[in-house]
Every structure is written in structure tokens, then in C-alpha cells.
Design a protein around this ligand. Structure first.
Ligand code: GAF
Length: 391
């Protein structure tokens, strides 16, 4: 959670692999999305915040044109490739492909790259849907920006190239949310991101609120194929309505021009159209400190993901219910819903800090994953996006 253990782990691995110390340090956070799910690839709105868990990279220039990488968290495994040769996938280990993919996209975007030794270390929980891979790729963009003095490489451009690496190199058809919040997050704020214009408005989290992240311990099975299927259904619905993206229709149009659209695809579209509206309303509720309204919107978002978009899981539904009941006990206010791509993974809750222990205890008592495991709970602030720091 704090930078120091990560920095120390990376420094030790660096000395062991390359001798000496990095000359520069960068970091990029994971994320949790408060509301606005699967809306990003529909050119819509999302409301994520960056979290206090991150990827750290220590780096030092090399005189040649090679990239040498050490993964401190993977038994100091290494990867090496040449900046002037074709950059291809290894497939195993996956972390090496994230590095290669990001470097390839930076190169294709015509940035003048130079050789570097890199050590990676991170504490974003992996496989939990908290964007550990986006944080790695954005940190890499930040690392090359620092190594090669790429002053023109903006945080938004880093995010776009990181998304492109996922789409074209790793072959995951994700939207821009995870990379953009990792690159541009602001401490103490969620960002209301317009995924079409990429404008992002910081929305302060009300004082005294905690962001709780609860891992259901349900593995996110079949997530890529199901995600791609949802994406295709949304695109089919947009074609039916004759618009570039579902962002471009409102609820009235959704109903008026429904005829001829497959009922399942229509329900997918209804999730996106209503979720966009809820996301804008949730940003307003946050700004106004209206936690009751926020709670209602988060509950409606979860129901829509469960019933219309069908991306939740019975255990995750049960976890949301236990969490909601605990938040609302004795008139308490706040909200909870599944967060991220879905099919398992994490639940997010926004609640007054003094309620955290009681809610944590209720989850420990009232929830078990299908495997019998208890949930894992993290409490985070809203963190800054990618940055350099002193080693
Ligand atoms: C995953 C994707 F990577 C994001 O782009 C987004 O679509 C999210 O699922 C769902 O909101 O995290």
C-alpha cells in the first residue's frame, strides 16, 4: 500500500540483476470504478478513482539499444529484447508481453526510444479486476517518458497507447477507462470521464468517506469471451438505432425504436443507456454529498448489471447484499455494487470511515465464496495517477 516496500523490493532486485541502483523511479496505480460499467467502449461516462495500490518501476539508461526487464514479484524472472528488431509476443509469462506490447506501441507512435534496464514491482492484487495490467502498462509509458525525455507524451496519450497495446498486442478488446484513470487520477477525487472526448472532471469524494474494495474470491472465468460478446451486442444495438455508439441514445429512443431488435440485445442496450444516466447523476450526488442518492444509484447499477447485462455472479450478488445491509444498518448511508468487468472479482463500497470496521465484520460473518473462502477487504483512498518519484 505504501511506496516504500515496493521501492525496496525493486531496488534489491535491481542491484542483484544489474548492479547498483536505478537512476529514476516511476509509479502508476490500479483503479476501482464507482459507477459506469461497460460504458467506456460505448463512448459513454465512467466514474473511477485510482487506488493506493500500484506498480513501481526503477530504471537506468543503457548505452545500447536493448531493453532488459526484471520482474521482482515473479522470482526475478527476466526478459530482454532489442528496440531495433521486430517486437513479438512470448505468451508466457504474460507480464513480459505487457512490457513488449507497450514498447511496441510507443515505437509505432514514433517516440525516440533508447535502451534501458527496468525493474518492476507491484502490489495491485492480480486477477481481482483492479487493473494491475493497466497500471503496469501506464507505468511503462511513464518510465520511457522519463528515460527518453518524451515531454510531448501526455498522460492521455500514454493511456491511449496502453489501451492500444491491450487491444492489438494482448488481444483484449477493453475500453479506455482503466488506463486513463491510472494515468490521470487525482488524490481525493474520482474522475468523471467522458470516454468519447476523453475530458475528465475531478469530483471530490466527500470528507470522511472510505472506499472499500471487497474481493469476492470468485475467479473471473471466461471473462474475455463474455466481455467480447457484450461488446459485440452493444455494437449491434448501436447499428440498430443508427448511431455511432449507444452513448448517442436516451431512454425514450431506446423504447420508441425498439421494434426489430433482439430482446436480449435490447436489454444489453438498456443497461448501457441507463448506466450512462446513472453515472452522470452519481457524479452530481457525490458533488452534493448526497450519499443516500448515491446509494440508490449504485444499487440500481448493480441490479442492471445483474438482470440486463448479466455480468454478475450469484456469490457476488450475495456479497453486495450483505455489504448493503451492513452499510444501511441503523440508518447508515453509502452505496455498494460490483465493480469492473464482472463475472466475479470485486465489489466496491463508499461509506463513512467510522462504519468500515462494522461493515468488515458483517462481511466476515455473512459471506463465503463458493469455495468456502472469506472475502478479502482492502480500504483505499483515491490516489494520484502516474508520476515519477525520488528513490
Ligand atoms: C474492464 C475493461 F478493461 C474496461 O475497459 C471496462 O470496460 C470495464 O471492464 C467495465 O466497465 O475493466
Amino acid at each position: 500500500m505504501s511506496l516504500d516496500p515496493l521501492r525496496q523490493r525493486a531496488a534489491t532486485a535491481f542491484d542483484h540483476a544489474f548492479g547498483g541502483a536505478p537512476t529514476a523511479w516511476v509509479r502508476a496505480p490500479g483503479r476501482v470504478n464507482l459507477i459506469g460499467e461497460h460504458t467506456d467502449y460505448n463512448a459513454g461516462f465512467v466514474l473511477p478513482c485510482a487506488i493506493d495500490y500500484q506498480t513501481v518501476i526503477g530504471l537506468r539508461p543503457r548505452a545500447d539499444r536493448a531493453v532488459h526487464v526484471v520482474a521482482a514479484d515473479h522470482g526475478a524472472a527476466t526478459d530482454t529484447f532489442d528496440l531495433d528488431a521486430p517486437i513479438t509476443r512470448r505468451h508466457d509469462p504474460l507480464w513480459a508481453d505487457y512490457v513488449r506490447g507497450m514498447v511496441k506501441m510507443l515505437r509505432e507512435d514514433d517516440h525516440a526510444l533508447a535502451g534501458v534496464d527496468l525493474v518492476l514491482a507491484g502490489d495491485v492484487p492480480q486477477g481481482a479486476g483492479l487493473s494491475s495490467s493497466a497500471s503496469l502498462q501506464v507505468a511503462l509509458g511513464q518510465a520511457f517518458r522519463a528515460r527518453c525525455d518524451l515531454d510531448g507524451l501526455s498522460p492521455t496519450r500514454i493511456a491511449q497507447l496502453a489501451q492500444r497495446a491491450e487491444n492489438r498486442f494482448i488481444d483484449v478488446a477493453c475500453g479506455i477507462m482503466d488506463q486513463l484513470i491510472s494515468a490521470r487520477g487525482q488524490r481525493g477525487h474520482a474522475l468523471l470521464i467522458d470516454c468519447r472526448s476523453l475530458e475528465a472532471e475531478p469530483v471530490p469524494l466527500p470528507a470522511g468517506m472510505a472506499v472499500m474494495i471487497i474481493h469476492s474470491r470468485v475467479r473471473r472465468g471466461l471473462v474475455d469471451s463474455a466481455y467480447n460478446e457484450r461488446r459485440q451486442q452493444c455494437e449491434a444495438a448501436a447499428r440498430h438505432y443508427g448511431v455511432p455508439a449507444l452513448r448517442d441514445i436516451d431512454e425514450a429512443t431506446l423504447h420508441q425504436h425498439r421494434a426489430g431488435l433482439d430482446p436480449l440485445v435490447w436489454r444489453r442496450a438498456r443497461h448501457i443507456v441507463t448506466e450512462n444516466a446513472r453515472t452522470l447523476q452519481a457524479a452530481e450526488a457525490l458533488r452534493a454529498g448526497d450519499l443516500a442518492r448515491l446509494g440508490t444509484l449504485m444499487a440500481a447499477s448493480h441490479a442492471s448489471m445483474r438482470d440486463d447485462f448479466e455480468i454478475t455472479h450469484p456469490a457476488v450478488d450475495a456479497l453486495v447484499e450483505v455489504t448493503r445491509a451492513a452499510i444501511e444498518r441503523d440508518g447508515g448511508q453509502g452505496g455498494t455494487r460490483m465493480t469492473g468487468g464482472g463475472f466475479g472479482g470485486c465489489v466496491v463500497a463508499l461509506l463513512p470511515r467510522e462504519r468500515v470496521d462494522a461493515v468488515r465484520a458483517a462481511i466476515a460473518d455473512g459471506y463465503r465464496a463458493p469455495t468456502g473462502e472469506p472475502a478479502t477487504v482492502w480500504v483505499s483512498g483515491a490516489a494520484d495517477g502516474a508520476s515519477t518519484f525520488e528513490g
